[in-house]
Ligand binder design. Structure first.
Ligand SMILES: [Zn+2]
Ligand SMILES: [Zn+2]
Length: 565
């Protein structure tokens, strides 16, 4: 088939998504436009992750509104882009924009207001000088790491995504490979299979008779996906959604061996090779169709992919001491969630009903405390009132216990945001740092330890305040904090918000090694966010946690005992 190149035709989903992002970027920040801006951005994101070619969908007259975030208006805009090669709304915005803003518009992911701030502070005015200021560290030094991160992401075509976005993307690529290419078997491997928090490269192994056909088809993923490099058995693409895509050809007889070779981290494979010898050499002489056959052959227990980081799992597989990792089914309740009393969007009753649907035995209501005014923190009299409401609800609901709690701010001096006579009424507390991130490591550590000295401190919420791909956490001495928690009967949480996952797997290992229990909490702000517990569980498994070490895998009777100090 010969494809005739037409200069005006928009081929790839990336090009279409970029046009929509451009509209979002150029729309002024007037209140009236905020919703519109968001809608265009959301639609652009959806399209970046789609395997089907939007161009083809439009030409087939398919209904685009079945995709999340694409309503009638934006569906119309997409049709216009595909069928006419332009978008009147965008052309109008461009003709009204200043030359400076127009140059920013070549990079649709940049936020013009933030770029303007960089320009003003650094006395520069072009994209070239912006790039230079990024590379020589001026942006980070003068405007902070968050700004530098934003500019870096805006200026680079490809980039890392959060693990939860990887789930959708991996699903879409797998389906495409199975349905559209000649691959008969497809499995995700690499960082994604180990559930690393952020994904820079999505990696698959495939079984196929003609690898070059797989490559050819993949180049048409999402309309067009650029091929970066290819050999007889490996290909690297640049996905519109951000990350790179690596596809390796595998053989049926060594499918299991390829899975092992492509899943483990470098450190893991190094330790494994001490037992098995070179994996590539094995491929020539032996046959391991499944991972189990490989492990059996070398006298090892099956190592869960999340553990294959080269810590102590190879030795444990040999000794038969691998942990039995916690699963979503082990979870009995959720200990961190918000209602419409503070910044959540559902009532207590609605959250309880959703938790019951998940089969939970208990949930803890943790609305924000008084100092966090931007999140609608509750003044003492409103928390008193909520306590009475929950007491009444507990009489009404059967089979689920509603725990009285709050997400209590740890103030700058390490004191808690409510007085003891109120804290005493709660079943437990989640105590979090939401302010003064810039305190030094020593001061931040002391602040949290002082908070733990309060006998009503129960669980430390999102321990480092990190936001993945946005900002690093504040600095703390995690070893000292863990030791202090152990001494005082305090606990940690793995916050399941996909951009937090805080504690990190590494810090959770430190807590677990000290015998400090960890809650896997969603920090849900709406009923559907209760399902994000899945992401917290993934991190808990990476940390090697068994259910005995997870607070909310315990029955309510054990929990209430654990909460007493
Ligand atoms: Zn919080
Ligand atoms: Zn929260």
């Amino acid at each position: 088939m010969i494809i005739v190149a037409d200069e005006d035709q928009i081929h790839s989903n990336l090009e279409i998504a970029d046009r929509l992002s451009s509209v979002a970027q150029l729309l002024s920040t007037d209140k009236a436009n905020l919703y519109k801006k968001k809608a265009y951005r959301r639609a652009a994101n959806t399209i970046r992750g789609l395997g089907e070619s939007v161009n083809e969908l439009v030409r087939r007259n398919a209904d685009l509104t079945v995709y999340p975030g694409i309503g009638k208006a934006i569906s119309g805009a997409i049709r216009e882009i595909v069928l006419t090669g332009t978008l009147a709304t965008l052309e109008k915005l461009r003709s009204d924009a200043s030359p400076e803003l127009l140059s920013i518009n070549d990079y649709p992911k940049l936020d013009p207001r933030r770029v303007q701030r960089v320009y003003t502070r650094l006395h520069i005015s072009t994209i070239d000088s912006l790039r230079q200021a990024l590379e020589n560290g001026d942006i980070e030094r003068v405007l902070g790491s968050r700004m530098a991160q934003h500019v870096r992401q805006g200026l680079t075509a490809s980039g890392a995504i959060l693990l939860y976005q990887g789930h959708d993307l991996a699903g879409s690529v797998k389906e495409y490979l199975l349905k559209q290419s000649t691959a008969s078997r497809v499995e995700a491997v690499g960082d994604y299979r180990r559930r690393v928090e952020t994904i820079e490269e999505l990696s698959f192994i495939v079984l196929a008779d003609h690898f070059e056909r797989v490559i050819e088809r993949m180049r048409r993923y999402g309309g067009q996906t650029p091929l970066i490099e290819a050999t007889d058995d490996s290909a690297l693409f640049s996905l519109a959604a951000g990350p790179l895509l690596r596809i390796n050809l595998a053989e049926r007889r060594n499918w299991g061996l390829s899975l092992i070779q492509r899943t483990g981290s470098e450190a893991h494979l190094k330790k494994l090779r001490r037992i098995t010898g070179s994996l590539s050499a094995l491929k020539l002489t032996a046959s391991f169709p499944s991972e189990q056959s490989f492990y059996d052959h070398f006298g090892l227990r099956f190592i869960d992919p999340e553990l294959r980081e080269g810590i102590d799992e190879v030795q444990q597989a040999r000794d038969g001491t691998l942990p039995v990792l916690v699963t979503e089914n082990d979870i009995r309740g959720d200990l961190h969630l918000h209602t419409d009393a503070s910044d959540g969007s559902n009532s207590i009753e609605q959250m309880v009903a959703a938790a019951q649907e998940k089969g939970y035995a208990y949930i803890g209501i943790t609305d924000h405390s008084q100092s966090l005014k931007i999140a609608g923190g509750l003044p003492p009299e409103r928390l008193w009132n909520q306590i009475r409401i929950i007491d009444r609800l507990n009489e009404r609901f059967n089979g689920i216990r509603i725990l009285k709690s709050a997400e209590v701010d740890i103030l700058a001096d390490g004191s808690l945001d409510y007085l003891d006579d109120l804290l005493r009424e709660l079943d437990y507390t989640v105590c979090s740092v939401h302010s003064r991130f810039a305190l030094g490591r020593e001061q931040q550590t002391e602040r949290i330890m002082r908070a733990m000295d309060n006998r009503y401190f129960t669980i430390l919420g999102h321990a480092t305040g990190r936001l993945l791909l946005k900002r690093p956490g504040y600095e703390v001495d995690i070893n000292r904090i863990v030791a202090h928690a152990k001494e005082n009967g305090c606990y940690f949480e793995i916050n399941s918000s996909p951009d937090r996952l805080d504690l990190s797997a590494k810090n959770a290992r430190i807590a677990a090694a000290a015998g400090v229990l960890i809650a896997v909490s969603t920090d849900a702000h709406s009923t559907h966010e209760l399902d994000t517990v899945r992401f917290g569980i993934e991190q808990a498994r990476r940390a090697g946690l068994e259910k005995a070490l997870v607070l909310n895998c315990q029955p309510i009777e054990t929990l209430t005992k654990l909460f007493r100090r």
